[in-house]
Design a protein around this ligand. Structure first.
Ligand code: ZN
Ligand code: ZN
Length: 963
């Protein structure tokens, strides 16, 4: 029911069957005075009028009288018009109007809860911090995916931005969305910079009363830090402070955005960034490749081998767009092979030559820390030192990033068998020359294996990037120019007049992710907003996660009443001009389902208009957007960079996890992917787990292993870890695919789109014609209560297969396991002479280090603190990993639920059954653990035990709602 605004009646546009709309009646009209709850919004937000059983033909604002004149064409003779009024951030109103009534009727628009919260919190922050007097303002919030009164809370952004229009905007890069889950609290942190002062006002748990007002500068005193820590909690304190100080230091927006995904800025964030820069300098991307089993969108230039727990993993995945859901990340604890947590491996695979380059790099944490101490004289492991260490890094990453990292291995001519040994292959494959490669679980960053490869040294390129001189205003102008060009094309070619704040006009763009001459491009968003009112929080501006070296492009979609998605593609060229895509001589063309179901038209548009190869990402997300998915789904699609049916099981799996295994205090999730496909990106994004946080790992298994009974696929192992008792519950999460009726669709693209829509309907609780029976099913099996040692074995890949290992464990009750542990501890205590103060967790502390931060925080504290019963940081046991491939077994071609009569070689990714990779090993690192260890404050030590655990396992319990 989106209104179509046309100039002079019916648009003579596009699609063949649109021309049979005949408007017989003469228009009725009403005058509507729209009054917003926040009066400041009056005249600034353009409402949208829609008519039930009729068409809104035009809406003109009478600025003298301050009302809208709305003309409606109705085919029914009636003296009443049923009109809806909607506006971003406000609840839609429905009202009956007298047709042709002359005097204006007033409509009061009520703000949504999230909008109101965002607005009120910002107003309070302004009262406390005085934005007007500040040099600059920063807003950080968890709003978005977290729910407020049962609904996602992205409208809070509109509340912030509309209140603080002069100070905060997406395009200025000074509003950051911290990734959180639906059940996490909605928090806000506002920061003002004034000279060298950084002052924050912090609001937690959706409250409009501040819990903290004071300095957030890295130069604060220890007691000031402790006040912050006490008021907001350790994780929040480090998260907000690291982002605020990084912003103050002038870190570029791409880094801030990655840090918001990760949760904070830390050494790993900066280390991952520098590794990325060095990689692009010496081994620039050559070709994007996939594994042939999924959708055309599941291709990347690099495959990443990492050890989860080091924050740099998240950074690399983010900047290279090498996500797990695109099967481009494999990692578990492989430290037993000689790898360390600061290492990351990259494979630049060329699917045409069947050869690859393998590179292993590390950022040398110890050496950098030593240099920092030498140069600054700052020593110590507290959070404040960590913040200063961040600043030191930031000041060098733009100078000579390669100097901060070591390249350990650079080899060429990696064979397909070697490649698949590392990333895993679910079913038997061949090397293209008749040699069979057996299915194998993935081995990840198996350093001993990689070192043993007898391959020639690779030759470095040396691509030096030079920083351009474009300003925020220049990028904003680029966005404006793109928007104006689109407005002209819609008017000239379709006769459609575009106005601001239209809910049926959506812009997709790579702006905000890609770099132009080493400059981040988020400024374009403000230009788009200025012309069109497009915003992410309104679901009308969708920034697509793309690798940083890819082109800057904009795609405009106008959804019309008949469901057409009228699309315009343009790419910005470095010389300041735009390339505008054309199909059959037209700059605007329909890319909805009708097109997708016609391979000649769809293929023609893809080839002629989308010369940068973005068609799949754009058409899939545009069609998904058209089906009105919820905000967390949109964010997942964007993180994955396209929509596909393969992403969607993640929504249901996460819901299932949150419903069946809700977290209590001291609990957190860890997930090990056993079958890896698109859904891993949605699962990762909305469960708020990731390799860099150490709570998302990938050990792909062969299809023989992950295929469960009754057509269930064993997707991965979920562990609900209880840091208070130092035990966990581990279960295998399984998923059964639905059997949609796709007989009405002839191409793989339309089949995919139909399934995406069916999943969205299913999620929204709506009927869908292709899902009539056999709905999908999420389940869990093989539940076991596990000890810390068993956890470590699972995280190390379970001696070849985490799933097999899990199943081999005794199924004993929680009570019995706790009893066993208590008995063991008693025994140990007796054996030990009570005099020695041996810290049983020796190991654990070491792990902690792994992270960049580590130095800063935790370990030392842990040790120092005698009352450390709590600090059971899982020690990384050194499980032996063997090089022999584990799952040798030929297995049938992956079954696909989807019929595939369709020619396309890409098999539908709707069937995720395809891939998996396995590997084993694990590792754990502590992550952000901001605690000052300076001795003058006991408070710090008191909190530390709990903090370390939270840190270790990611964010889980720290952020659960406490009110
Ligand atoms: Zn980190
Ligand atoms: Zn996909």
């Amino acid at each position: 029911m989106l209104a179509l605004f046309v100039i002079g009646g019916v648009s003579a546009q596009d699609v063949d069957d649109a021309s049979d709309i005949l408007l017989v009646d003469s228009p009725s009209q009403v005058n509507i005075d729209v009054n917003y709850e926040f009066t400041n919004d009056n005249g600034k937000i353009t409402p949208t009028f829609d008519a039930v059983n009729a068409t809104v033909e035009s809406q003109d604002y009478d600025s003298a009288n301050k009302y809208y004149n709305v003309k409606v064409n109705s085919t029914q003779a009636s003296d009443k018009l049923n009109i809806s009024i909607s506006a971003p951030g406000y609840l839609s109103q429905y009202k009956l109007f007298d047709a042709n009534g002359a005097s204006p009727v007033k409509v009061d628009m009520i703000a949504s809860d999230a909008y109101k919260l965002g607005h009120d919190v910002t107003a309070r922050a302004d009262a406390l911090l005085n934005f007007k007097e500040a040099d600059a303002v920063l807003a950080i919030t968890t709003a978005g995916v977290p729910k407020l009164n049962g609904k996602t809370s992205e409208a809070a952004f509109d509340g912030i931005l509309n209140y603080a229009t002069d100070y905060i905007s997406y395009g200025r890069g000074n509003i950051l969305m911290l990734r959180q889950t639906a059940v996490d609290p909605i928090d806000f942190c506002f920061v003002v910079k004034k000279g060298t002062e950084l002052t924050a006002a912090i609001f937690l748990n959706g409250k409009t009363e501040e819990v903290y007002l004071g300095t957030i500068s890295e130069y604060m005193t220890t007691s000031q830090w402790n006040a912050l820590f006490k008021a907001v909690g350790g994780e929040n304190a480090f998260s907000f402070a690291s982002l605020a100080n990084g912003w103050y230091d002038g870190v570029t927006f791409d880094v801030l955005q990655e840090a918001a995904f990760h949760g904070h800025i830390c050494e790993g964030t900066l280390g991952g960034y520098t590794i990325t820069k060095a990689l692009l300098q010496y081994y620039p991307p050559i070709q994007e490749t996939g594994n042939g089993l999924q959708s055309p969108g599941d291709i990347t230039s690099y495959k990443v081998l990492g050890i989860p727990g080091d924050s740099s993993n998240d950074a690399v995945i983010f900047f290279l767009d090498a996500t797990s859901g695109k099967t481009s990340y494999v990692g578990f604890n492989t430290t037993s092979t000689g790898a360390t947590e600061n290492m990351i491996g990259f494979i630049r695979w060329n699917g045409q030559t069947n050869k690859g380059t393998i590179i292993v790099m590390e950022y040398d944490s110890d050496a950098n820390k030593a240099l920092f101490e030498k140069e600054t004289g700052i020593t110590g492991d507290g959070s404040l030192e960590q913040l200063k260490y961040n600043t030191w890094w930031i000041n060098r990453i733009y100078d000579n990033p390669a100097s901060l990292v070591n390249i350990l291995i650079e080899k060429e001519n990696l064979t397909k068998e070697q490649y698949l040994y590392l990333v895993g292959v679910t079913d038997d494959d061949d090397d293209g020359e008749g040699h069979v490669i057996n299915a194998t679980n993935s081995h990840g960053l198996d350093y001993a294996y990689i070192q043993s490869l007898d391959l020639p040294n690779a030759t470095r390129d040396n691509v030096i990037a030079h920083k351009g001189s474009l300003t925020y205003d220049d990028f904003k102008a680029i966005g404006q120019q793109a928007a104006k060009t689109a407005i002209d094309i819609y008017e000239n070619e379709l006769g459609v007049k575009i106005r601001k704040d239209m809910p049926n006009l959506m812009v997709m763009t790579s702006a905000g992710y890609v770099m132009i001459n080493e400059q981040s491009t988020e400024g374009c968003w403000d230009g788009l907003f200025e012309e069109l009112g497009s915003r992410l929080s309104r679901k009308t501006l969708l920034p697509d996660h793309k690798a940083i070296w890819t082109p800057l492009w904009f795609n405009f979609i106008l959804k019309q009443d008949d469901g057409s998605l009228m699309s315009i593609y343009m790419r910005y060229n470095a010389d300041g001009t735009f390339y505008v895509g054309q199909y059959n001589g037209s700059k605007v063309y329909n890319i909805n389902m009708t097109t997708l179901n016609n391979s000649a038209i769809s293929g023609g548009i893809s080839k002629e208009a989308y010369i940068d190869g973005n068609y799949f990402s754009i058409q899939s997300i545009s069609n998904a957007w058209s089906a009105e998915p919820s905000f967390e789904q949109i964010m997942s699609f964007l993180f994955h960079n396209h929509a596909c049916p393969g992403v969607q099981p993640g929504f249901f799996i996460v819901d299932y996890i949150q419903e069946n295994f809700p977290l209590n205090e001291n609990q957190s999730y860890i997930y090990i992917a056993n079958e890896q496909y698109c859904k891993d990106d949605s699962l990762e994004y909305i469960l708020d787990v990731s390799p860099g946080l150490g709570n998302y790992l990938v050990q792909k298994l062969t299809s023989d292993e992950y295929k469960g009974a009754d057509d269930l696929d064993e997707e991965g192992i979920l562990i609900i870890w209880d840091s208070a008792n130092n035990i966990g519950q581990a279960v295998s999460i399984s998923y059964q695919w639905p059997s949609p009726d796709l007989s009405g669709y002839v191409t793989s693209e339309s089949k995919r789109a139909a399934q995406i829509q069916a999943f969205i309907d299913l999620y929204n609780g709506n009927e869908n014609p292709i899902l009539t029976e056999n709905y999908h099913k999420v389940a869990h099996n093989d539940s076991r209560w596990i000890t810390e040692e068993q956890l470590q074995t699972i995280l190390s890949g379970g001696e070849g297969s985490s799933l097999k290992y899990l199943r081999s464990l005794d199924d004993i009750s929680k009570e019995d396991l706790l009893k066993q542990i208590a008995e063991k501890n008693n025994q140990n205590n007796k054996e030990e002479s009570n005099g020695t103060n041996t810290n049983t967790n020796t190991d654990s502390n070491t792990n902690t280090d792994s992270n960049a931060n580590s130095n800063a925080q935790s370990n030392s504290n842990a040790n120092a603190n005698p009352s450390s019963t709590q600090q059971a940081i899982p020690s990384r046991t050194t499980t032996q990993s063997s090089y022999s491939s584990v799952g040798v077994s030929s297995s049938p071609v992956r079954t696909s639920t989807q019929a595939s009569e369709d020619t396309s070689s890409e098999s539908s990714d709707e069937t995720p059954s395809d891939e998996k990779s396995s590997d084993s090993s694990k590792s754990y690192e502590i992550e952000k653990k901001p605690v000052s260890k300076s001795g003058d404050n006991n408070l710090v030590y008191a909190v530390i035990g709990a903090l370390i655990i939270g840190a270790l396992f990611g964010v889980g319990y720290m952020k659960t709602r406490k009110d």
